[in-house]
Design a protein around this ligand. Structure first.
Ligand code: IPE
Ligand code: IPE
Ligand code: MG
Length: 253
């Protein structure tokens, strides 16, 4: 039986988030420039987006560029931005054809004008689509997002739009970039690093974490199925006991 056939389609993660890591090392291992790794990583993006759309996963968030990545050598940053513009331009028709809606989270003001424009156009072209929600985390960092949310809450409180006691978890979440997006249930990081690197710190509170040594440019649909199968073996307890979870499952089934 193929890995795909082993998946329980009733228990798919509603939202999968991926830290696409290892492009640079993948290229270096082949005696190539780091940018070659970023280019090859685009094929992995296509594969994983297609797999999620086929399976019926609701949300896929891809961490493409962090706030901290702006500090890389200018040559690499420019290369990544150029790749981003070209890829979005090329892929927007395929996204539309497959009913995929594009969202972007992150500090869009930091992006070069043409990259921002390309992203805004692609979001508007795909905004009526009702299939997979593809969320690109671009110039994103969780600390930036959290501090921005705190600033906006402070402003709204000062302006009388909000009282301090109104700030519940539900209200707080509306101030994050991911308002209206459910929390990730599965977070995958490629390339062997076991850290979060400033990604969705609030939203990952109860995500199942999956780390694989596979470098991002080698990641394909089968690797995604493997991660989902692993997710499906886990008991998610949310602070309760195992007995409580099992009793609840018996009642539901
Ligand atoms: C991930 O791959 C892509 C970005 C961060 C833009 P890296 O470029 O971090 O590759 P490694 O981790 O150096 O191998
Ligand atoms: C995290 O990878 C950011 C992205 C994948 C876009 P990094 O390669 O930047 O993270 P660190 O520096 O290894 O923590
Ligand atoms: Mg890296």
């Amino acid at each position: 039986m193929s890995l795909k056939d082993q998946l329980d389609l009733q228990r798919l993660p509603r939202h999968i988030a991926v830290i696409m890591d290892g492009n640079g090392r993948w290229a270096k291992e082949r005696g190539q420039d780091r940018l070659y790794g970023h280019h090859e990583g685009v094929e992995s993006v296509r594969n994983v987006v297609e797999a999620c759309a086929e399976l019926g996963v609701g949300y896929l968030t891809l961490y493409a560029f962090s706030t901290e990545n702006w500090d890389r050598p200018m040559y690499e940053v420019n290369g990544i931005m150029e790749l981003l513009v070209n890829t979005i331009r090329k892929e927007v028709a395929t996204l539309s054809k497959n009913n995929i809606r594009l969202h972007v989270i992150g500090d869009m003001d930091m992006l070069p004008g043409n990259a921002r424009q390309e992203m805004e156009e692609a979001m508007s072209i795909t905004e009526e689509n009702t299939g997979l929600n593809l969320v690109m985390a671009l110039s994103y960092s969780a600390r930036w997002e959290i501090v921005r949310a705190a600033q906006n809450i402070a402003k709204d409180t000062r302006d009388g739009k909000l009282r301090p006691e109104d700030v519940t978890p539900e209200v707080w979440e509306k101030y994050l970039c991911t308002a209206k997006i459910p929390d990730p249930e599965l977070m995958i990081r490629t390339s062997g690093e076991c850290r979060i690197s400033n990604f969705l710190l609030y939203q990952l509170a109860y995500a199942e974490l999956y780390f694989t040594n596979t470098r991002w440019p080698d990641f394909r649909k089968e690797n995604l199925y493997e991660a989902i199968l692993n997710f499906q073996t886990r008991e998610r307890r949310f602070g309760k006991t195992s007995d409580q979870i099992q009793q609840n499952e018996e009642i539901v089934s």
